[in-house]
Design a protein around this ligand. Structure first.
Ligand code: NAI
Length: 344
């Protein structure tokens, strides 16, 4: 495909994140055209079409796949639909971007891996956008340059704002998110594999619901922790949660043989310090859209670029399978109270 070509994208899912992807695909990505949008909610489709000037709108995903003007499908529907929608889009000949997680069960994740491998000429990418965040990329380059020696331990916090809890509880009534570890910790599990350069071997995970006890009825936890042993005796400590009083707390520490890197130790909104009758206040990022705005844009730019260049992006289907295997092992350990061996 020549560089003068424009990639026509059809997007499915126009919710919290899908709508952000829609804005990016419509206005902010070179050589890209948002040609179609799809959601089961017709009002969202009409609104996106009107506001973003999108020619085609669908409430039926399979109908969108019959649109021969499209080159690529961008999936931002709820997690339980990802695998099925990826397989159908690949079978119909499209390049595919899918939001995380790849799947909620190992069986479907492995099925998608086979489907991706059957279509090597179609680009497939998974939305692990933290790998595109400037600070995380900078840390990776530092590690590659030997700045902290051999990375041996990673400590991650991924906690959603308590403010988002009512919305989550509403969502969780009709949708299965996969639970705290597959839904929230999955980004950290992927980052651990990326930074440590090792795969997980065994995990012990615990969790509890102390403020929003209704989460326990959903077999989920409000706050959870996992201790993971990686190959080569490398280590991971993960805290995941949905009840962060001060905002969206995403923090990562990588301890190496010669030094340590920390990203987002204080998850500040920006560089402003407010000094008033409360003391010195650094406000916190209020959610994923604010914290990872740049990363959502840059991952989509890379997806479109990869299609034009005829190459596969860095975040591959295998990353989805291996992180799902680890997330699933965390979930199993949390549910059974046992130490769980990670297997694919
Ligand atoms: P949401 O519930 O706000 O939006 C879901 C959208 O999909 C809605 O427009 C809904 O009408 C539509 N939809 C539902 N079922 C559908 C179907 N069968 N066919 C077509 N459309 C359908 O969900 P949200 O928060 O936007 O999450 C979407 C996905 O993005 C999830 O898989 C989630 O894990 C992922 N996500 C990733 C984040 C990241 O940091 N990379 C952050 C937030 C979400």
């Amino acid at each position: 495909m020549g560089h003068n070509r424009c990639v026509s994208v059809g997007l499915v899912g126009l919710g919290r994140l899908g709508r952000q992807h829609a804005d990016n695909l419509a206005f902010r990505i070179p050589n890209c055209r948002l040609a179609a949008v799809c959601s089961i909610n017709p009002e969202e489709v009409e609104e996106a079409q009107a506001q973003l000037g999108v020619p085609y709108g669908y409430t039926d995903y399979e109908e969108m796949l019959r649109n021969k003007e499209l080159d690529a499908i961008f999936i931002a529907s709820p997690s339980s639909y990802h695998c099925d929608q990826i397989e159908k889009a690949l079978a119909a000949g499209f390049h595919v971007f899918s939001e995380k997680p790849l799947g909620l069960y190992m069986e479907e994740a492995l099925r998608v891996q086979e489907a991706v491998r059957r279509h090597p000429d179609q680009v497939f990418m998974l939305g692990f956008m933290r790998r595109y965040d400037r600070s995380y990329v900078y840390a990776k380059r530092k590690i590659e340059a030997g700045a902290i020696g051999e990375p041996v331990l990673i400590r991650c916090y991924g906690i959603d704002p308590a403010q988002a809890m009512p919305g989550f509880l509403q969502f969780a009534k009709s949708n299965y998110s996969g639970g705290l570890f597959l839904d929230m910790a999955i980004h950290d599990l992927d980052l651990a594999r990326w930074y440590l350069g090792a795969e997980a071997e065994r995990v012990w995970a615990i969790g509890g619901s102390h403020r929003y006890t209704e989460l326990a009825q959903l077999q989920d936890a409000e706050t959870g922790a996992a201790l993971v042993q990686f190959a080569g005796n490398k280590m991971g400590m993960f805290v995941a949660g949905r009840n962060c009083a001060h905002g969206y707390h995403i923090e990562t520490e990588i301890i190496g043989t010669l030094g340590t890197l920390r990203i987002g130790t204080v998850p500040e909104k920006n560089q402003v310090a407010i000094m008033d009758d409360r003391g010195v206040v650094r406000e916190c990022a209020n959610g994923f859209l604010e914290r990872f705005e740049q990363a959502y844009l840059d991952e989509a730019i890379d997806f479109v670029r990869a299609i034009l260049d005829g190459r596969q992006p860095e975040v591959k289907v295998e990353d989805g399978v291996l992180s799902t295997a680890l997330g699933y092992a965390c979930k199993e350990s949390f549910e059974t109270g046992q130490l769980v061996e990670v297997s694919t």
